[in-house]
Write a new protein. Structure first.
Length: 104
């Protein structure tokens, strides 16, 4: 099982970005393609809501999640920062809501 939350325009000036605000997958559900399928669903819903891209913050140390996001078409957009809970994160964006090209 996985849980995903998203919302449009999380901060002023980002009204065209669908922000992924929460993602969790139980360890037993990982490595089955579920997160990739959920990210495709979010992209479809964000496009229907007239968003032009997706954005998220992910823990800098969470290399597995960062790899999933990269495969889903996300790229890191800036320098790492420390969030209000003291965790180092990095912002990632998916500049297009079209499905990413298959990797070879």
């Amino acid at each position: 099982m996985a849980v995903v939350g998203w919302q449009p325009g999380w901060t002023p000036g980002t009204e065209d970005i669908g922000w992924i605000t929460a993602v969790y997958s139980r360890p037993a559900a990982r490595r089955r393609g579920l997160m990739s399928a959920l990210l495709r669903q979010i992209a479809d819903r964000a496009a229907a809501a007239r968003m032009v891209r997706l954005g998220l913050h992910v823990g800098l140390a969470n290399t597995a999640a960062r790899a999933v996001y990269r495969r889903a078409g996300f790229t890191e957009t800036g320098a790492p920062f420390v969030n209000d809970r003291g965790i180092a994160e990095i912002e990632m964006h998916r500049p297009s809501l079209e499905p990413p090209a298959p990797s070879r």
